[in-house]
Ligand binder design. Structure first.
Ligand code: GLC
Length: 419
C-alpha cells in the first residue's frame, strides 16, 4: 500500500516558505526541475502553494532568460559547491547552468486541472512571458549554431549527473587541482554517489563557465564538454508544444511563429540521433561528433517529446518491454545489460520515478497503453517495496537509495501513482 498522506507530509516538511527543497541536508536549496515536478504534486492538494513554487523559481531568472538549476535562497553549509564557486552575478545567488525545462508543461497541467478559475489564469498569465524568455534562452544560448538540437556544457545541466553516457565526453575534461570537501558524502553512502574523478571534472567545468563569462559563443566554440542530451531536447520539445498552446490561450501570438519554427527545426534534426541498431535515439558528443552508444532512459524520452515517428515508436516500445524484463524493478536508468550498469549508483542504473512517469506518458501518447500501465505498476512496486519516498530506488532489490523523504518522488506519487 502506498501512503499518500505521508507524501503530502513530505512536501509540507520540505517547504521552506515559497519553495520546496528536494530533501533536507543533501539538497538544501531550490532546484529547477525538482521544483516544477514538485509543484505538480502540491497542486493536488494546495493549488495556491503550487503557483507560489513557480513564482519563487522565476524570481531567480536571469535577465537573459536563463532559469538556473539551483537558487541559493539562503546560506547552508550542508551542500558543496555553493554560490561562491559558481560566480554568478544574479539578483538571487544561483548556479550558472539550467536543467531540463519542465515548467511550461507543469503550468499547462496545473491550469487544466485547476479549480481556481480566474486566480489560476492570472498566475499563468504572469508566468508566461518568463517561460517564453526561458525557452528563447535555450534555443539561442544552447544552440548558437541553430542546429535544432540544444547542447549542454555541464553534465548537471542534463539533471542526470553521472549517467554513463557522459563518461566518454567527461574523460576529456581536465581535473581541478585544488582541494575541496564534498558534503554529499556526509549524507549518503559513497556507493550510491558519483566518484571523485567525476567531481574533479564537474568543478573544472564550473570554473570554465565562469572564466568564459557564460558567453554562449565562447562555450560552444571552446568547452571541452559539449553534449546533445536527448532527454533535454525531448523535454524542451514537448514543453514548447505546450507553451505554444498557452501563448494562444493568452493572446501572446507574437511568440507562436518563432516557437513553431524551433519545433520544426528540432523535428528535422532529431533523426541524426536515431539508431536503428539500438532502437532508440542516442545522445551526441558534439566535440567528436560521435553518437554516445549507451542506452539510458534518456534515449527513450523522445517518446515523451513526441519526436518519434510511428515506426520508431514501435521499435522503442519493443525495447522498453525487453528493458522491463531485464530490470527486476521497473526501468533501470541504464539498460541492465550494459557493462556500465550499476543498480544503486545514482544515474547509472537505479529507478527514478519522474523519468518513468515521462516514459509512460510518451508510451500512452503513441497508443501503447498496456505497456504504459506496466511501467506504472512496476514503478509503484518500488515505492511499496521500499516503504517510502526515496530519491531513487535500486533496480535490483527495490531498496530506497540516496536522500530520504524526497520531494519529487512524493510529488510523482501524488499526481501519477494516485491517479
Ligand atoms: C541531483 C540530480 C538532479 C536533481 C538534484 C536535486 O543533482 O542529479 O537531477 O535535480 O540532485 O534533486
Amino acid at each position: 500500500m502506498i501512503d499518500f498522506d505521508a507524501a503530502r507530509a513530505i512536501l509540507r516538511s520540505n517547504d521552506l516558505g515559497g519553495y520546496t527543497v528536494p530533501t533536507r541536508g543533501l539538497y538544501p536549496f531550490q532546484w529547477n526541475w525538482d521544483s516544477a515536478i514538485t509543484a505538480l504534486g502540491w497542486h493536488r492538494f494546495d493549488e495556491g502553494r503550487a503557483w507560489r513554487e513557480a513564482r519563487t523559481m522565476f524570481s531567480g531568472q536571469w535577465d537573459n532568460g536563463l532559469l538556473p538549476h539551483i537558487l541559493f535562497h539562503h546560506e547552508a553549509d550542508s551542500y558543496f559547491p555553493g554560490s561562491e564557486i559558481w560566480g554568478a552575478n544574479s539578483r538571487i545567488p544561483s548556479s550558472t547552468i539550467s536543467q531540463p525545462p519542465v515548467w511550461a508543461l507543469a503550468v499547462a497541467r496545473m491550469l487544466e486541472r485547476s479549480s481556481a478559475g480566474d486566480a489560476a489564469r492570472a498566475e499563468a498569465r504572469g508566468l508566461l512571458p518568463k517561460i517564453v524568455a526561458h525557452h528563447r534562452w535555450w534555443y539561442r544560448d544552447r544552440d548558437p549554431g541553430g542546429s535544432g538540437l540544444v547542447e549542454s556544457y555541464h553534465p548537471w545541466e542534463s539533471g542526470m549527473d553521472n549517467s554513463p553516457a557522459w563518461d566518454g565526453p567527461l574523460a576529456r575534461v581536465p581535473r581541478v587541482e585544488w582541494e575541496y570537501q564534498r558534503r554529499d558524502l556526509g549524507h549518503v553512502d559513497q556507493a550510491q554517489r558519483p566518484s571523485r574523478r567525476e567531481y574533479d571534472r564537474y568543478l573544472y567545468l564550473i570554473e570554465f563557465l565562469k572564466h568564459n563569462e557564460f558567453d554562449p559563443c565562447r562555450l560552444s566554440a571552446g568547452s571541452p564538454y559539449r553534449v546533445v542530451d536527448i532527454a533535454t531536447v525531448s523535454i524542451l520539445h514537448r514543453a514548447t508544444r505546450e507553451l505554444i498552446g498557452l501563448c494562444r490561450q493568452f493572446d501572446l501570438e507574437s511568440a507562436v511563429a518563432e516557437l513553431e519554427a524551433e519545433l520544426a527545426r528540432t523535428q528535422q534534426a532529431v533523426n541524426a540521433c536515431w539508431s536503428a541498431e539500438h532502437r532508440c535515439f542516442l545522445n551526441l558528443d558534439k566535440v567528436s561528433g560521435a553518437p554516445l552508444r549507451e542506452r539510458t532512459t534518456a534515449t527513450l524520452l523522445p517518446l515523451f517529446g513526441l519526436l518519434a515517428d510511428a515506426e520508431q515508436a514501435s521499435q522503442m516500445a519493443a525495447l522498453v518491454e525487453e528493458w522491463l524484463t531485464a530490470s527486476r524493478f521497473s526501468l533501470a536508468s541504464t539498460h541492465p545489460e550494459s557493462p556500465r550498469y550499476e543498480s544503486q549508483r545514482y544515474w547509472r542504473g537505479p529507478v527514478w520515478l519522474h523519468i518513468n512517469w515521462m516514459i509512460a506518458d510518451g508510451l500512452r501518447a503513441y497508443g501503447f497503453d498496456d505497456l504504459a500501465a506496466r511501467v506504472k505498476a512496476e514503478t509503484r512496486r518500488c515505492v511499496e517495496a521500499a516503504g517510502g519516498y526515496f530519491e531513487y530506488y535500486c533496480s535490483r532489490t527495490g531498496k530506497g537509495c540516496g536522500g530520504g523523504d524526497f520531494s519529487w518522488t512524493a510529488a510523482v506519487a501524488l499526481f501519477w501513482l494516485a491517479d
